[in-house]
Design a protein around this ligand. Structure first.
Ligand code: UD1
Length: 421
């Protein structure tokens, strides 16, 4: 297990380049299973979730080659297995996308239930509802999902999701791509990575429309051909750097972003007293570190992302006044980091799905532990702000989703070291 050691209190200055989107990459790489021929995928982030997924695909029989610095060429033509390695599958959340992709291509799959960040109960009933709407027979055991054609075979169908789910929307899109007929997903998620997946699949020859709205329509095609595609920038990584500069104070150009994807985050930071200037593909963030309290409610896109809840909580912890932070997607998400922030001096009272945060003048360094990916990122920001030294243990969580975080922060003037325990 590695740890970060951070000496806080330094302003951040300079330029940081945002990597390809984690949540887009973990949907697009399994989508290569649907393609006959080579997919050249650019802007792939070098993070452990992506490495695990590529290991799973290689183990299934995919030919994978790497081109520096962030391009991966996948050829899944010779894949024959429909049983991904369960130990690898259990290492991450998005491995559940193998269910939809394998079902579409082979009409059957046996996939272990996924692992990943456990900040809340994360059911997959909506994924299964979608597979059933496409005619699949689904058998779920304690630790596996088995999929095969039902009595009437697999074909397009209509599914209205009971909750807006990114995972279910992606999985049904993948499953429907190569099935005959038309699939309609109602109450679909609208996150940028849904649009990115649709763009990838359409580039390879799929017929998907409506991605980015709440109704996604897929007309099945017989075959997808290879091609080249570049993944969108990671809006949560970008938001994390914006929040870090807001909290520490500084002046940073965050480049390789799609500013439109960031509006919900930048408008909240502006309410807190931060200046964000939007350019075509970058945002300049300027802060004197003196923040004002605000209120945030997380919502599915285009609302404030739950994946930025912990980072904005750190900003609120040092803002003047009392902030309310309401979590509407994963109610138990506060528990992954609020106790750790309290050890650093934050004043957070959790009442149901709302955290009431009374801003303090300063945080103080402490030895803390990352319990999940975004919680870990929030502790990094807290460490950068705090007086004295902070040690963050368990940073393998952070490395699931942030490419070269310590190097990028160091290049902005932070004092952060990654140390192998
Ligand atoms: C994805 C993101 C994750 C983000 C989350 C919400 C990926 C790989 N992960 O996770 O970073 O925090 O979206 O933006 O893209 N739900 C059900 N039944 C289901 C599926 C979901 O009840 O079958 C509920 C969940 O408990 C949650 C809500 O729906 O309350 C949203 O979950 P969902 O969008 O599916 O999250 P993930 O796809 O797991």
């Amino acid at each position: 297990m590695a740890k970060y050691v951070i000496n806080g209190g330094r302003r951040l200055e300079g330029t940081v380049t945002i990597s390809g989107g984690k949540n887009a990459a973990v949907a697009i790489l399994p989508a290569a299973l649907l393609v006959s021929g080579k997919c050249r995928v650019e802007n792939v982030p070098d993070i452990s979730d992506v490495r695990t997924l590529l290991d799973i695909l290689a183990d299934l029989g995919a030919e994978i080659t790497y081109e520096e610095p962030s391009t991966v060429i996948l050829d899944c033509t010779n894949v024959q297995s429909t049983h991904p390695n369960p130990e690898l599958v259990r290492k991450m959340r998005a491995s559940y996308y193998l269910m939809g992709a394998l079902l579409s291509r082979f009409h059957e799959a046996s996939v272990a239930l996924p692992g990943g960040c456990n900040f809340a109960a994360r059911p997959i009933d909506q994924h299964i509802k979608g597979f059933r709407a496409l005619g699949a027979k689904v058998q779920q055991t304690e630790d596996y999902v088995h999929l095969k054609p039902g009595p009437n075979g697999l074909k397009g169908g209509r599914v209205s999701l009971d909750v807006v789910s990114v995972g279910a929307t992606v999985n049904i899109m993948l499953a429907a791509c190569l099935l005959p007929g038309r699939t309609i997903i109602e109450n679909a998620a609208k996150e940028p990575h849904i649009v990115d997946l649709a763009n990838f699949l359409n580039t390879m020859g799929a017929h998907i429309s409506g991605a980015g709205t709440d109704t996604v329509k897929i007309t099945g095609v017989e075959k997808l051909e290879g091609g080249t595609y570049a993944i969108i920038p990671d809006q949560i990584e970008a938001g994390t750097y914006l929040a870090a500069v807001a909290a520490t104070g500084g002046n940073v150009l965050v480049q390789n972003v799609i500013p439109k994807h960031m509006e919900c985050v930048t408008s909240k930071l502006e309410e807190m007293g931060v200046t964000c200037i939007h350019y075509d593909d970058s945002i300049r963030v300027m802060s004197d570190g003196r923040l004002s309290a605000t209120n945030v409610k997380t919502r599915p896109y285009p609302g404030f992302p739950t994946d930025m809840q912990a980072q904005i909580c750190v900003c609120m912890s040092i803002a003047k006044g009392v902030s309310n932070l309401t979590e509407n997607v994963y109610e138990t998400r506060f528990f992954g980091y609020c106790t750790e922030l309290a050890m650093m001096g934050a004043d957070i009272l959790i009442s149901g799905k709302t955290a009431i945060i009374s801003g303090r003048e300063k945080l103080t360094g402490a030895v803390v532990r990352a319990h999940d990916l975004r919680a870990g990122a929030a502790l990094v920001i807290a460490g950068l702000v705090a007086e004295g030294a902070t040690v963050i243990k368990n940073i393998s969580f952070v490395e699931r989703g942030y490419e070269h975080l310590a190097e990028k922060m160091t290049s902005l003037g932070a004092s952060i070291q990654r140390i192998e325990d």
